[in-house]
Design a protein around this ligand. Structure first.
Ligand code: NAD
Length: 502
């Protein structure tokens, strides 16, 4: 308890610096006349006011990033590496502030947010070290010509991020863009604006030149939309809901921008009767109830082989009943309040939908009376579900698991793939051939066999179908943030077809 009080006091003291959040445009802090309120998901109190970015603010930021691109794109890879390392070091120095404010702003438990800064710093270090080789291409010699490819930075990038793990996700986009030599205009989610402000401050302090990284707060339909439509912006890196992705695709069409979308998911975790069931239980529970279930890669559909269905559901249910729901700043809390009233209403709506669709509520299925009176729900397990129920098809984005039985491999694949989404899939079996067959058959961008969502930064991250377009990670990030140019040089040995010569 004293640790919680201590954390609340520290978080409030950090928060006191941020009564009104400003934009960061062309190296200068700019506060809008119009603001919107940012409330705490824990106790609904006002956390801070936030500058409400307009099309004019986006215009200034986009033009600033266009000017800065002229110089930043020519800074050597080695120098970009050094600056990005300085940003990573500064993130580490402010890790406690980042963790506490991220937790306060989003309701995500400190247990998980304690690592937010470390993971953000790792993203910067990883892409910093790749910066000197970002321009590398291929050499493709032929008998008469040398073809070689080089990569060049694309230009100013619009980065639009969601509220679920805002700090980590912002670094995941901004670090590779800067490493590639691009400049950035970042529009963070309106529900979780705090740590984006810290990040822009850090970048300035670390010596990033003015205009290389602009931050404009604001609403999606105004600031976000203007960013996607601005002609100076050459690409949009977006993380958020699938239907927002569709809107953005329409918005960028006039200016023909490149897009990278990381969207929603309804990811299956498939447990066969030959699996190590104890490890499978650990992974299944972690992947849906951590981060309040507000996680794109959450294992929200639990597919269990009929032979072990009852036994496995019992094991899961026992764990779900014991999950510690509480104040997110309490280090012992495993599930905190949901981000916002509208999201809370959405998640609670599924409790009724499940009932009317005939699913069985094994655990939870109701709001939770948590400390502060915020947007808490009980960790929930639905069983006796089938795949065409709304709770099996729609992204609930809360601590809510839907369990469905299957008979064999074919049946598991049929159920797993019968969704509009295709982000991740998890397979539990001790039969390696079956693991490979399932990995081949699943329509998803990322498959984990006998593991939870373990990220390796050089590996590709992204989804199929309505879960996204494009891949992040390692060199895949540079493929998005850079243009590939082919240069073809003649050895002077080939015959040029001659026209018009008498
Ligand atoms: P959202 O789509 O509502 O908002 C995301 C961002 O888009 C916000 O900054 C918002 O202001 C902005 N936006 C909204 N309308 C816009 C418009 N018309 N033009 C431009 N920008 C606009 O998403 P959310 O509710 O903040 O986040 C949750 C969603 O994000 C979930 O669906 C989740 O699965 C997804 N997500 C996906 C991944 C992934 O890697 N695939 C990772 C994290 C979250």
């Amino acid at each position: 308890m004293s640790k919680l009080k201590d954390n609340i006091a520290k978080a409030d003291s950090f928060l006191s610096k941020y009564s009104v959040l400003s934009h960061h445009i062309d190296g200068v802090s700019v506060t809008s006349k119009n603001t919107f309120d940012n409330h705490s998901p824990i106790d609904k109190r006002l956390l801070c006011k936030v500058s409400k970015g307009t099309a004019a603010d986006i215009d200034k930021a986009a033009l600033s990033s266009q000017r800065a691109f002229q110089t930043w794109s020519r800074v050597s890879g080695k120098n970009r590496r050094d600056i990005l390392h300085s940003i990573a070091d500064a993130i580490d120095k402010r890790s406690e502030e980042i963790a506490l404010l991220e937790s306060l702003d989003t309701g995500q438990p400190l247990k998980f947010m304690a690592k937010a800064a470390t993971r953000g710093a790792e993203n910067f270090r990883f892409f910093a070290d790749k910066a000197p080789e970002a321009a590398n291409g291929l050499s493709m010699p032929t008998e008469d010509h040398m073809n070689y490819s080089v990569r060049q930075p694309l230009g100013p990038i619009g980065v639009i991020t969601p509220w679920n793990t805002p700090f980590m996700l912002s670094t995941w986009k901004i670090a590779p863009a800067l490493a590639a030599g691009c400049t950035v205009v970042h529009k963070p989610a309106e529900f979780s604006p705090l740590t984006a402000t810290i990040l822009a401050d850090i970048a300035t302090d670390a010596g990033l030149p003015a205009g290389v990284w602009n931050l404009v707060h604001g609403l999606g339909e105004v600031a976000g939309r203007s960013l996607t439509e601005h002609p100076a912006i050459k690409a949009v890196a977006f993380v958020g809901e699938s239907r927002t992705g569709s809107m953005i695709m329409r918005q960028v069409s006039d200016t023909l921008k490149r897009v990278h979308f990381e969207l929603g998911g309804k990811n299956p975790i498939i447990v066969f009767d030959d699996a190590d069931l104890d490890r499978a239980v650990d992974a299944a529970v972690l992947m849906i109830y951590s981060l309040n279930g507000e996680r794109c890669t959450s294992s929200s559909r639990l597919l269990v082989q009929s032979t072990i269905y009852d036994q496995f559901i019992e094991k899961i249910a026992a764990r779900v009943r014991a999950i510690n729901v509480g104040h997110p700043l309490d280090p012992a809390t495993e599930v905190g309040p949901l981000i916002h009233e509208t999201h809370y209403d959405k998640v609670c709506g599924y409790f009724k939908i499940a009932e009317s669709d005939g699913a069985q509520t094994v655990v939870g299925g109701a709001a939770h009376d948590g400390p502060g009176g915020g947007y808490y729900v009980k960790p929930t397990l639905f069983a006796k579900a089938h795949n065409d129920m709304r709770i099996a098809q729609e992204e609930i984005f809360g601590p809510v698991l839907t369990a469905i039985p299957f008979s064999d491999e074919q049946d598991a694949l049929r159920i797993a793939n019968a969704t509009q989404y295709g982000l991740a899939g998890y397979v539990w079996t001790q039969n390696s051939g079956r693991g490979l067959r399932m990995a081949n058959g699943l329509d998803a961008g990322m498959i984990w066999v006998n593991s939870e969502n373990n990220r390796h930064l050089p590996a590709p991250f992204g989804g199929m179908k309505a879960s996204g377009i494009g891949r992040d990670g390692g060199d895949w990030s540079f493929e998005f943030y850079m243009e590939t140019k082919n240069v073809c040089l003649a050895y002077g040995t080939h015959t040029i077809p001659v026209l018009g010569k008498l």
